[in-house]
Design a protein around this ligand. Structure first.
Ligand SMILES: [Zn+2]
Length: 391
């Protein structure tokens, strides 16, 4: 398959030849013959497919009747409220999550990392549902899962055994949640989850909402454990609001360690809460990506799954307006997100998997600011979605 008449980020006319699901050639291919099937890209902007590095597919209420948040003010209130809402749900996870996966694909996302709840009240039901969902969608979208102790790990007896069982069942990454703020035992939680990761040869992805110095100390402990376990390059800290609250000098020290150890950061770019300074940390060599987190769930009905919008929100957070800044925001939803979740063969280069988009936009910045619905989504070399609809 040959896709012609596309434009790259610099405005040059390019073509992409795909063979066996991979990019066989890319660039100015005008001197080459037009063998095989040819599709005219109509001058659209060529972009790599989006990567969603942090979502909670198992808990979405996507496609269900409207529901605004009803939780109390604390993190624990939100967690308890979600248990009540999910317990009352009658639509199966496979249906709700399936609707959301279809939407993500139509927006141009072809790889997802989803956390999946593991807790005594639900056992492994969410894990079973998402593992089955992955099989259903495997030709269209890559899915990775993180075993996530949403209600607490050490403070909820029985959760550690469920975490181990989830890993045995095929979940590939070990999760964690506010080792201090939720479990009240930072070393206890970190000791367990890093030992579990070592046992399964897995990486880790830890939700860290704890703010200020309490959070910053835990980032440093996570770095210590990563170093001790030799898990450099395989650890992500999600949210890490605390890194938007520490002094410049402290940030420089922590940033250096994160870069050296290949510990990546994920932000959902919330408007009110401080977040890790994306530009400064990226310059230090830290991989920073942006993700949706919960989409239309009991935490909040906000979010639509469009990574172009998530990248826009990241740019909006900082009042970015320059092309290089827009490019960085988009990188958080593409290249850096792929690196953060360890995707091999990602990108717009020969040999990479042929997952890309043709967007009706002048430049990447234009795409970010307008977020046009006109997108053609190519997965493994073939068009799978067009202008918001699956083909
Ligand atoms: Zn999350």
């Amino acid at each position: 398959m040959l896709y012609t008449n596309l434009r790259d980020a610099a405005g040059a006319t390019v073509a992409v030849r795909c063979e066996e699901g991979r990019i066989a050639d890319i660039g100015d291919l005008s001197g080459q013959g037009l063998g095989g099937q040819v599709q005219d890209g109509g001058g659209r902007l060529l972009m790599p497919a989006f990567v969603e590095p942090h979502v909670h597919l198992d808990k979405t209420l996507y496609g269900e009747p409207w529901r605004a948040c009803t939780a109390g003010p604390t993190l624990r209130d939100y967690i308890d409220n979600e248990r009540r809402v999910l317990a009352a749900q009658t639509t199966p996870i496979a249906v709700r999550a399936g609707r959301l996966v279809e939407r993500l694909l139509c927006y141009g996302t072809t790889a997802i990392r989803s956390h999946v709840d593991v807790a005594p009240d639900i056992g492994l039901a969410h894990v079973e549902a998402l593992l089955a969902l992955r099989e259903t969608w495997r030709d269209l979208i890559d899915m990775q899962f993180v075993a996530f102790p949403q209600t607490g790990l050490l403070c909820r007896p029985g959760t550690t055994d469920l975490m181990r069982e989830a890993m045995r069942m095929g979940v590939e990454t070990v999760g964690g949640l506010d080792p201090a703020g939720i479990d009240g035992d930072p070393d206890g939680q970190l000791r367990f989850i890093f030992a579990l990761a070592e046992e399964f040869g897995a990486g880790l992805d830890i939700h860290l909402h704890d703010k200020g110095e309490l959070g910053a100390c835990q980032v440093e402990r996570i770095a210590d454990y990563t170093q001790g376990a030799g898990l450099g390059g395989r650890v992500m800290i999600s949210h890490a609001y605390c890194l938007g609250m520490v002094s410049q000098a402290r940030l420089a020290g922590i940033g250096r360690r994160l870069a050296d150890l290949g510990i990546s950061l994920m932000t959902s770019a919330p408007a009110e809460t401080p977040i890790p300074p994306v530009e400064a940390l990226t310059k230090m060599g830290v991989t920073v990506c942006c993700g949706s987190d919960g989409i239309r769930d009991a935490w909040s009905p906000v979010g639509n799954g469009d990574m172009l919008e998530r990248a826009y929100l990241t740019a909006y957070k900082y009042d970015w307006c320059r092309e290089a800044e827009f490019a960085l925001a988009l990188d958080c939803a593409t290249g850096q997100a792929a690196r953060a979740i360890g995707l091999a063969d990602y990108g717009l280069h020969v040999g990479a998997r042929a997952d890309f988009l043709m967007v009706d936009a002048e430049t990447p910045g234009d795409a970010l600011c307008r977020r046009p619905a006109q997108r053609r989504v190519v997965r493994a070399g073939r068009v799978v979605a067009e202008d918001g609809r699956m083909l």
